[in-house]
Every structure is written in C-alpha cells, then in structure tokens.
Design a protein. Structure first.
Length: 369
C-alpha cells in the first residue's frame, strides 16, 4: 500500500499545497518561496577568502574557499562577461548546422534571450585548455533566466584564462520555475544533454572534456554519460549511445540528489518531480533496507564511477533544497557512488545555489588538477 493511500483527505490536501511549493520545486533549483526571506537565499555570499577554510571538509583533508574571485588582470568575476560571449558563437552554430544538429536547436531560440553559450570567437582564440561542459538544474538555464545559470562560474573560468571556445552549456529544459514540479528525467532531456556532449567533443576535436553539473543536472548528466537505451515514465525512449565516461576527464556533481530527496518521502503521486519512476522519490525504509527508490536513481547508481576518470561530489550541509543535512535515509544524497573526491561544506552561509555560484575558484582548481 502506498503512502498516498494511507493518508486521509486532509493530509493529502496539505501535502498537495505545501510540498510542491517548498520542496518539489526541490530540484527546481529555485529558492522555496516558504523560506525566501532567509538571508542565505536572498543575499550572495560575501568573499571570505581563507576564513572559509575551516568551514568545509573533504575526503583528502583539503579545504574549500568560497566567495568572489579576482582574476590575474584584477577583474572581479561577479558573473559579468562580454555580451558577445552570450549565446552560441556563429562558428559553432554553422558547425552544428553542417553536422546534423539543426533539429536540436542547442541555441534555444525559443527562450528569447541567449540561453546557451560556447564556441570559437576569432578575436578570443583558444588557449589549449580542456573544454568544460556545464549542465544546469531544474528551472535554471545555461545562462540567464530567473536564476542566472552558469553566469558566475563562467566568468570565473574566463578570468582564470579559459577562452569562450573552451566553455559550453545549453539549456535542456523549459527554464521556467512555474513548471518545476512537473520536471522529471525525460528521454528528451537526456537525449539533449548527451547529444550536446557529443557535439562539443566533435566540434573541439578534444579527446576528453570536463563536465560540471548542478542539482538535477547531476543525475541527468550521469545517466546521459552512461549511455544505452533509456525509457521515461511516458514510454518515450532514447538511445544514448555507447558509454561516454572514457571521454570525460573530470566529472563534478554539485548538490545532486543521487539518492532522492528527503522532501519527497511522502510525495510520490502528488507531483511528478517526486515520482517513483523518473523522479526523486527516495524509497521507503523497510526493516534495515530502502526499497522502492525511483527507478532512474537505482539504474544510475548501479554503475559507480562511470561518469569519468575523476569524479567529484560537493554540497553544503546547509543546503535548503536537499534539506535534512543532505541526508536521505541516513545516506548523503549528493555523494555520487564511487567519488574520488568529496567536499562537504559546513557553513550556514552556503546553500544550494552558493555551492554553484560562489565556489568558482575551487571549481577551476578541480578542473585544472
């Protein structure tokens, strides 16, 4: 018998109202409206420099510094880059059109303002660095939209010497917070992420890339890289091709829900985001075992360390979206199985979005390792 059937009408009504707002946005990467007045959500983290060293821990004993970054040229990387770098470059667009990617519309023209970035720009030549592909979370976009996408990390990488031809992202979903609770690991989303990865590899003629993912983008990217046939809850299928992990040098998962979300404990059947098939349902504890976890999560976790040569997991213990100290049935949900490096930030000023936006210097150091 499911949780939903055990609840009476009053309880179901309460959950139907509260959970989609507070948590099923969940992986929607949007600050939950019920706690939107919390300072951690409404104010950026101030530069803390070495003061943050004691606020994080890692498996290898090193620490994480947060805050804004200043490039060698003295440019503060607060998310501002030249407007000419927004959107896919004309060179990349022409290449995509000539190599069978017209229908993919990685530029996402349907979203109006630029919602993707990457590609060669004649006046900004490449530096020979390994390309980085960013995968955003639910409700977010590659760039712009309500939550800014990868604007800040991209600016940090640019200040660290990366060229536009070495930084890539496309928007895989609607980028609309109003649709957050209906988002799942759809076949079309997985296909878009995988084809973009394939396109970047081919366009840059690189042997390997780095993938940096956030929130729902973590599980989407992991499954896309694993390859094979995939079926979603609507019965749509996609062939993701051969496993791609050998072509990913470094995979970073920031605040992912690899074992589900604690806020979805009682929410199966109420909103798609917490679904038992392709959502984030964390399962039920039966005796000493967890049973019934969402199929997408179970399938993806069966192949540990398949994401790339070096796998990194990072999250904040104060993540307001993961909740519960980041634990699901006592397990750290943001820790990708088989991770080579784990970063758990113990700082109340760092939440779900700050781990993405304000830890650019650390991300650069991981990628350049």
């Amino acid at each position: 018998m499911s949780y939903e059937r055990r609840m009476d009408r009053r309880e179901r009504t309460l959950l139907a109202v509260i959970l989609p707002i507070f948590a099923l946005g969940c992986t929607n990467d949007a600050p939950p409206p019920l706690v939107s007045a919390t300072p951690v959500l409404t104010h950026p983290v101030e530069p803390v420099g070495d003061a943050s060293a004691d606020a994080s821990s890692s498996r290898d004993g090193s620490t994480v510094d947060g805050g804004a970054d200043v490039g060698d040229a003295g440019v503060v990387t607060d998310g501002a880059t030249a407007a000419s770098e927004d959107g896919l470059s004309p060179d990349f667009l022409a290449w995509l059109d000539g190599h069978g990617y017209q229908a993919d519309d990685f530029a996402r023209r349907d979203l109006g303002s630029p919602a993707s970035f990457g590609g060669k720009i004649p006046t900004l030549p490449g530096t020979g660095k390994r390309p980085v592909v960013f995968v955003h979370g639910n409700s977010d976009r590659a760039i712009g939209g309500s939550y800014g996408g990868w604007s800040k990390p991209r600016a940090t990488f640019r200040a660290a010497g990366y060229a536009p031809s070495e930084l890539y992202a496309t928007t895989w979903g609607p980028g609309d917070p109003n649709q957050a609770s209906s988002q799942t690991h759809r076949a079309s989303y997985l296909g878009r992420v995988r084809r973009f990865l394939d396109a970047v590899l081919a366009y840059t003629a690189s042997d390997r890339v780095t993938v940096i993912s956030h929130s729902m983008g973590v599980t989407l990217a992991r499954r896309a890289i694993q390859g094979g046939l995939y079926r979603d809850e609507a019965g749509a299928t996609v062939d993701l091709g051969a496993p791609l992990g050998g072509k990913v040098a470094v995979f970073v998962g920031l605040a992912g829900a690899n074992y589900g979300l604690s806020s979805c404990y009682l929410a199966a059947g109420i909103a798609a985001t917490c679904g038992t098939d392709t959502g984030f349902f964390p399962g039920q504890m039966v005796g000493f075992s967890v049973v019934g976890r969402a199929r997408i999560l179970e399938e993806t976790n069966r192949s540990p360390h398949s994401e790339g040569g070096y796998v990194v997991s990072a999250w904040s213990r104060y993540d307001e979206i993961l909740g519960g100290g980041g634990l699901v049935w006592g397990q750290k949900t943001a820790e990708i199985p088989g991770s080579d490096e784990v970063r758990e930030v113990n700082d109340s000023a760092v939440g779900h979005f700050q781990i993405k936006d304000d830890f650019g210097p650390w991300l650069v150091s991981v990628v350049d390792r």
